[in-house]
Design a protein around this ligand. Structure first.
Ligand SMILES: Cc1cc2nc3c(=O)[nH]c(=O)nc-3n(C[C@H](O)[C@H](O)[C@H](O)COP(=O)(O)OP(=O)(O)OC[C@H]3O[C@@H](n4cnc5c(N)ncnc54)[C@H](O)[C@@H]3O)c2cc1C
Length: 645
């Protein structure tokens, strides 16, 4: 490949989306004769120097409340340095694709910040930046951006642009056929394991001297580090093996409401590390039945056999390396249990790979359509919106038999699950509240539940006297904390389990009251489905109301006609509107702090609208003025969100 047709491609990924898009780009560039020199943003100044590049493409995602992914933090620190000259990037021509989710109000905030900063430092765009929204499907923006990018790059390098044929399915397949990893299982017991990582094939060799010795293999795996001790996302502490002291059900036994559990962990060892409003991550492990089902489906004969992964010497993939979160050597059972995400929605690139491994042409064709640009709507409807996983795909396409190595290479990393703390700062008993996720059956895989919520649900039902320990760590980016000035009023909005961190806030306020501190007003807006069944923390909230740590409690229940008729409110946004005068007064005249927490889709956007509406009607702001007021509230950190989808 001509070295002149080269550009720098950098990605900043948290969950692997940006990385997947960047890797797809590498393959598509390769196809037209362009060399994309791909690096993670975390490797700035180690593997690349941005200011020395002339042509740069950046794919970067957003996490949490518009924040940078962990892997982009160093990059961001470097480029935001005040000492950089205004023309620092004047040699750089770039394009940027930002990924975000408009369920969060600060949608794509970080990619916008990067884009603005590059322009500020003299960089110019050879193709306008684009910002994709996961709430409606990243592909809607990402695919046309990739097409335009390829055309623009071909123009720059004077190469023929990729043919814009309508048979994108075939084009896509062509790429896959050329570049996919042709992974092989090396049957040799004494095979030399390649150490070079510049190949395409990931070799999977058996390192067991005696392959029938399954016990010794599983024994070896028992002592393996969690995900090869690879850095965990948002980790702000080490991993603690924490005893579960109690689990009880917060909701009533009513099938019309979500089952909500309260788990109590003994965190005496690290109680002084956290404050109310923080969250912890729990290390997840895949469901045993699903792992066994998948390995059987992939025709793995001995899931516990110790195997060694390696990158084949003749790979065409650039900088091919083994995923660092996989223990190596290890067993396939261990890898699929602890390192690979079996629950996430397969990307289109995965669909293309699956199509390649279908024996039945009808099934192959369906998968090709799902992976094609023309099939985007179908893909969104039947894969993304239906939240299908790799297991669903393999169940629905029985003739598809990808090699196990193909999945190891292409499934994303299994990530820990985060939970907001429902306890006072420094409390030795850490409370977490969550709804148990129920998942649809896949063939014989019935009664499936969320990995972590299902694990606790089983512990709850099994009535084990000695509950096991769970591996947890404190998360970074803890912005959801009480203001240092306790006299400031608080407006807390937490439907469903979103009320959890506010229990911690109220417990902290209770202690302050006991210490004689004068507290500002505290309003709580809580909503759920049925008052009699899922009024979470009812007794605690009423106790705080009686104590004065909570000054007003407004509740609504969306499936409770009786309650709706009584209060006229179905959702928390209705309650906010009903209290327009007070809410506005507290925000504008008393510098109140607003906190929004919860898991409802669109909830954060709807609350933002309700607050804006209240401020506008009470103060006569124009549309532009109210947007500015709310933006300033966010900038002053007086409007904080802790939202999950
Ligand atoms: C900072 C933060 C704080 C959080 N705090 C809390 C909290 O306090 N309380 C709380 O309850 N949650 C909280 N969450 C969410 C929590 O982390 C988990 O996502 C949630 O509990 C599910 O985890 P799980 O392992 O049980 O489910 P998983 O095994 O991860 O299953 C969920 C997955 O199943 C799929 N799925 C879900 N529903 C369906 C369906 N109906 N059909 C098909 N597929 C489906 C989806 O793809 C989803 O990704 C928080 C998240 C973050 C990021």
């Amino acid at each position: 490949m001509a070295s002149t047709s080269r550009f720098l491609l950098v990605y900043g990924s948290q969950t692997g989306q940006s990385k997947a898009i960047a890797e797809e780009l590498v393959e598509r560039c390769y196809k037209v004769g362009i060399d994309a020199d791909i690096h993670c943003l975390s490797k700035i100044e180690k593997e690349f120097m941005l200011e020395q590049e002339s042509l740069v493409v950046i794919v970067v995602s957003t996490t949490g409340d518009g924040e940078p992914p962990d892997t982009a933090l160093k990059f961001w620190r470097r480029i935001k340095r005040k000492t950089l000259a205004k023309d620092y990037f004047s040699n750089v021509r770039y394009s940027l694709l930002g990924l975000g989710d408009s369920n969060y109000n600060n949608h794509c905030a970080f990619p916008h910040m990067v884009n603005d900063r590059l322009l500020q430092l003299g960089a110019t765009q050879f193709l306008p930046a684009s910002f994709a929204d996961d709430a409606v499907g990243l592909d809607i923006v990402a695919e046309p951006w990739i097409d335009s990018l390829l055309n623009a790059l071909c123009g720059i390098f004077k190469l023929s642009p990729p043919s814009d044929d309508n048979k994108a399915v075939n084009a896509a397949l062509g790429i896959i056929k050329d570049l996919e990893s042709k992974l092989v299982i090396d049957p040799s017991k004494n095979s030399t394991i390649p150490t070079s990582t510049n190949g395409e094939l990931l070799g999977l060799g058996d390192t067991n001297e005696n392959s029938s010795s399954t016990n010794s293999a599983s024994k070896a795996c028992d002592s393996l580090a969690v995900q090869n001790n690879c850095k965990l996302p948002f980790a702000n502490s080490r991993v603690y093996s924490t005893p579960v002291t109690n689990i009880h059900q917060l909701s009533a036994h009513d099938p019309s409401v979500k089952k909500t559990l309260l788990v109590v962990l003994d965190c005496s060892e690290f109680a002084d590390e956290y404050k109310s409003g923080d969250s912890f991550s729990i290390i997840a492990q895949n469901d045993d039945r699903e792992v066994h089902w998948l390995l059987k489906r992939l025709d793995v004969k001995d899931p516990h056999e110790l195997v060694k992964l390696s990158v084949s010497a003749d790979t065409l993939k650039k900088r091919a390396v083994l995923p660092e979160y996989i223990n190596n050597p290890s067993s396939l059972y261990e890898i699929f249990s602890n390192s690979l995400d079996l629950r996430s929605i397969p990307k289109k690139a995965m669909m293309r790979l699956l199509a390649r491994w279908c024996k039945d042409p009808v099934e192959q064709n369906k998968l090709e359509i799902l992976s094609s640009r023309q099939g985007s709507d179908v893909y969104r409807e039947i894969v993304v919106e239906a939240r299908r996983s790799i297991l669903d795909m393999l169940h629905a396409f029985p003739s598809c038999s990808p090699p196990v190595e193909c999945l190891i290479e292409n499934l994303p990393r299994l990530l820990p699950r985060a939970y907001s703390i429902a306890s006072a700062s420094g409390c030795k008993l850490l409370k977490l509240a969550f709804s148990v996720v129920d998942l649809p059956d896949i063939g014989e895989l019935t009664a499936r539940q969320g990995l972590v919520t299902g694990q606790f649900n089983r512990m709850y039902h099994e009535h084990i006297t000695q509950l096991p320990n769970v591996d947890v760590y404190l998360r970074t980016q803890q912005h959801f904390r009480l203001p240092s000035d306790s006299s400031k009023p608080l407006i807390l909005i937490g439907p469903g389990t979103g009320v959890a961190p506010f229990i911690g806030f109220l417990e902290d306020r209770e202690k302050l009251l006991e210490a004689g501190v004068v507290l500002g007003e505290c309003l709580l807006f809580f909503g759920n489905r049925v008052e009699a069944s899922d009024y979470l923390f009812r007794d605690d909230l009423n106790r705080h109301l009686a104590l004065g740590s909570l000054t007003q409690l407004h509740t609504c229940f969306s499936r409770d006609d009786h309650h709706i008729n009584k209060t006229g409110a179905k959702y928390v946004t209705d309650l906010i509107r009903q209290q327009a005068h007070l809410v506005s007064h507290l925000i504008i005249n008393q510098s109140a702090f607003i906190y929004v927490c919860g898991d409802a889709k669109n909830m954060a956007k709807d609350v933002n609208q309700a607050i804006s509406h209240v401020l506008q009607t009470e103060n006569g702001y124009t549309d532009e003025e109210v947007v500015t007021v709310v933006r300033e509230l966010r900038e002053e950190k007086r409007y904080k969100e802790d939202v999950w989808i």
